[in-house]
Design a protein around this ligand. Structure first.
Ligand code: ADP
Length: 431
């Protein structure tokens, strides 16, 4: 039944009531009184129905409709339909919420939802295990109360969603976590923390293994090289057939020593904590010094120019920074003809500064660029080995930059030259 037919029924009912009251009233010559009584009866019936409706809505099981006919029956059945629909939606939502809650509980990573003011609203089971959170105590607390070390506090304050932080678990100092933040909803944030203790342990084992092997090889290699040098210097060695093999032995042992030294340097760069001895480095001075040293490498070296446009200094390790720049310039020399140009630039880009080593040499094909900083990756293995390259130079540059919170960007095109750009963040700059 629709609302209009219920209304029509009701109007008919009132019309019949009025007509009947009028007829009866006319019989007894009391038309007005009978009409009044009939209308009072009608109002009383409606009041009764209103009371019934209120009782029915108040009762828990609003299922059985107390009245089926007329406008009132119509109202009851509509309300019953709406409430059945809502109950169904509620059941569906509850199921969904239960499933969601079960799935986030099963997640191995800690998930903490924060409100717009950085206070903890909700967290999953892994957050209890990994971060030591307690439901009763920590909901509503600012997240900064949880991570107390200054590096983590700064990370949370900055809320840079592109960065991750490796830190110690607030609940267990043995546990290492990788933390990231992600925005959601309107101004809310999710904190995600992954247990990386096992991964870091494996990395340490690998690093220590490489460092130990390199270290063990150092002494026998030094002894061998010493003997080879003696043989080379021995004028009494008459047999000319031995000259060439001895020369090759000298070359190869020098290469092996260079690889061992580079591997040891890489292990050291990876292993040392960032908070080492920090110096105030005049970058322009470092670039000029490296340029002078490299110009002296020989007549076949391309022209080297310095373009120092910034007076900012970098906070870091001067020896390491010099070694990184030297690596880049020596690489440029190897891949640029003698009549080419190598440019060293130091300039500001807003809050940040960049150090660039560019050349107009042979360039690098696009498919190699993403892999250049991998250990032992070379575009042309044979050529690199021939000139004594270890394939570790750019890996060392990347690690030195990482220790200075800087990043390496490589832009190149085959035949068009290459640009190696080191981006230094404002936090590492002075002046
Ligand atoms: P390598 O000891 O071979 O120089 P690196 O790690 O320093 O090792 O460099 C990796 C590879 O990147 C090099 O083998 C070379 O092919 C390429 N490369 C580096 N710098 C340049 C450059 N300026 N121009 C062209 N290719 C380069």
């Amino acid at each position: 039944m629709n609302a209009r037919s219920g209304l029509v029924q009701e109007i008919w009912r009132i019309a019949v009531l009025v007509l009947a009251a009028w007829a009866v009233g006319s019989l007894f010559d009391q038309t007005l009184l009978v009409l009044l009584l009939a209308l009072l009866g009608y109002i009383a019936r409606n009041l009764l129905n209103l009371q019934r409706l209120a009782d029915w809505l108040g009762s828990q099981e609003a299922a059985g409709i107390p009245f089926h006919v007329g406008l009132w029956g119509d109202i009851y059945s509509r309300i019953a339909r709406v409430s059945a629909h809502q109950a169904q939606r509620e059941r569906r939502l509850t199921t969904l919420l239960n499933e969601y809650s079960a799935s986030t509980s099963a997640l191995p990573d800690a998930t903490v939802a924060l409100d717009t003011r950085g206070r903890i609203r909700w967290f999953n089971d892994a957050a209890i295990r990994l971060l030591g959170l307690q439901a009763a105590k920590d909901v509503g607390q600012p997240l900064s109360n949880l991570f107390r070390n200054p590096e983590a506090a700064e990370f949370i304050r900055r809320a840079d969603y592109s960065q991750t932080l490796q830190t110690t678990s607030p609940g267990n100092s043995e546990r290492k976590l990788e933390v990231r933040m992600a925005p959601y909803g309107e101004g809310q944030t999710l904190l995600l923390a992954q247990d990386v203790s096992e991964r870091l342990r494996h990395e340490t084992v690998r690093r220590d293994f490489v460092a130990n092997v390199s270290h063990e090889l150092r002494t026998p290699l030094t002894v061998l090289s010493g003997f080879i040098e003696n043989l080379q210097a021995d004028q009494s060695l008459q047999d000319q057939r031995l000259r060439r093999p001895i020369e090759l032995m000298a070359q190869q042992s020098a290469r092996m020593r260079q690889i061992v030294e580079d591997l040891l340097l890489l292990a050291k760069l990876e292993g040392e904590s960032k908070q080492g001895k920090e110096q105030d480095i005049v970058v322009g001075g470092v670039l000029r010094l490296v340029a002078d040293e490299c110009r002296a490498l020989g007549p076949k070296v391309a022209e080297i120019e310095c373009d120092i446009r910034s007076t900012r200094r970098v906070l870091g390790d001067e020896k390491q920074l010099r070694s990184a720049v030297t690596n880049l310039v020596v690489n440029a020399i190897h891949h640029t003809p003698a009549d080419g140009l190598i440019t060293l630039v130091w300039e500001d880009r807003g809050e940040n500064s960049l150090l660039e080593v560019s050349d107009d040499g042979e360039g690098i094909a696009a498919e190699h660029i993403p892999r250049l900083t991998e250990r032992f990756y070379r575009v042309d293995n044979g050529r690199s080995r021939q000139r004594g390259g270890t394939g570790l130079g750019l890996a060392i540059v990347k690690h030195i930059l990482k220790r200075h919170d800087a990043t390496l960007e490589i832009k190149s095109q085959l035949g068009e030259g290459s640009r190696f750009i080191c981006h230094f963040p404002a936090s590492r700059l002075l002046g």
